[in-house]
Design a protein around this ligand. Structure first.
Ligand code: SAM
Length: 266
């Protein structure tokens, strides 16, 4: 029987470089293949941000892991971006990229691709520089705490949240998944936006020696969780993982993208 403590224990073996290798290089991140999952995720995020409805002072990414692709579009619309993760090894990986240190993961294919999608007319290098400047800090987070970012960021102070593949990957069951969504939602101002991506019908994934349990969710479960957490769903899309991208690093069947807005009432 899994609980929050055993999930936390399993994450002690999480290997950021193995995770990046499993998910963020070809075939899953094939920029020559429009059908690749990474292109789909980047397009969903870019399209939502291109509406001009999402913007403000502070954007917080919950459970960034060692990745930054998820903030490439949204970060253009905020003064400050905060990255967060539960594990110090992931926060260190993020700082390595932010400070452009040797050995940092190469996100340039992603930045080039998103620059093209956005068509701002500037170079990808300028976009990369802007993102590095806008990320003000990398904080520890625990979505199972009533205040996931502790004293650092208080309830109701955040203009928008991004969270990708985090809540289902660190919740031992659906009840805790729902509760975790409620906990992060408390950070948002009323009217604030959530860009939410996650795995559909996945029960585990690998990251080096670590095998992490995932609570399997369906579109219906995610929609209900968003409604229960006081969101209005503005857009919901799903991607079916093609057999060619089932590469033995997890048992994911698909990916959801939700753009949701926190309602004033709660
Ligand atoms: N956001 C990244 C992405 O899109 O690839 C990483 C997702 S990874 C599947 C799940 C992340 O959840 C890991 O980086 C892990 O450290 C983090 N995590 C584990 N326990 C957590 C907790 N209690 N609160 C917040 N994040 C947690």
């Amino acid at each position: 029987m899994s609980n929050v403590e055993s999930v936390a224990q399993s994450y002690q073996q999480f290997n950021p470089r193995a995770y990046l290798q499993n998910n963020y290089v070809p075939p899953r991140a094939d920029f020559s293949n429009e059908g690749s999952v990474v292109q789909w995720k980047l397009r969903c995020l870019a399209d939502a941000c291109a509406t001009g409805e999402i913007g403000g002072h502070t954007l917080v990414d919950i459970g960034s892991g060692p990745t930054i692709y998820q903030i490439l579009s949204a970060s253009e619309h905020f003064k400050e971006v905060v990255l967060t993760d539960y594990l110090e090894v992931n926060r260190a990986e993020l700082r390595r990229w932010l400070q452009d240190e040797p050995g940092a993961f190469d996100w340039s294919p992603y930045i080039k691709h998103v620059s093209k999608l956005e068509g701002r007319g500037d170079s990808w290098q300028e976009k990369q520089k802007r993102i590095r400047e806008r990320v003000k800090t990398v904080l520890p987070v625990d979505v199972h705490q009533p205040n996931p970012l502790g004293e650092e960021i208080s309830s109701g102070s955040v203009d928008a949240l991004v969270s990708t593949f985090c809540l289902e990957a660190c919740s031992p069951n659906l009840e805790m998944f729902h509760r975790a969504l409620g906990n992060i939602t408390k950070l948002l101002k009323p009217g604030g936006h959530l860009l939410f991506i996650g795995a559909l019908e996945e029960s585990y994934y690998l990251a080096g020696e670590a095998k992490l349990n995932v609570v399997p969710v369906t579109e219906e479960i995610v929609r209900n969780a968003l409604s229960d957490a006081s969101y209005k769903i503005k857009e919901f899309k799903t991607y079916i993982m093609p057999p060619t991208l089932k590469v033995g690093v997890d048992d994911v069947n698909g990916v959801f993208f939700a753009w949701a807005q926190k309602q004033d009432s709660k």
